[in-house]
Write a protein that binds this ligand. Structure first.
Ligand SMILES: [Zn+2]
Length: 92
């Protein structure tokens, strides 16, 4: 595949937190649609919904970083300097 055919180049085009957050927004929407399809087929969608929630949290953490200048944890959305998991390496 040539470079011109690729619609997404994750390494070259993301230069701001907002750009990265929009990509996570897109991933979350795709996962929410997939979960709806799974439910419509009578299948469990809980794993897909968990992935969607993680993508939404990733977008939110990037927007918090944009607003505050400090990286925020995806698990709890606290600044990484405050998140106990980052500070101790243990679950909160
Ligand atoms: Zn955390």
């Amino acid at each position: 595949m040539s470079g011109e055919q690729m619609t997404e180049d994750w390494t070259a085009t993301v230069s701001t937190c907002e750009e990265a957050a929009r990509r996570w927004d897109g991933q979350a929407l795709e996962l929410r649609d997939w979960a709806a399809y799974q439910r419509s087929r009578g299948a469990s969608a809980s794993a897909t919904e968990a992935k969607a929630a993680l993508a939404e949290a990733a977008a939110e953490s990037l927007r918090l970083e944009d607003r505050t200048g400090t990286a925020h944890c995806v698990c709890c959305l606290k600044p990484v300097t405050v998140c106990r998991k980052y500070a101790t390496g243990e679950e909160q």
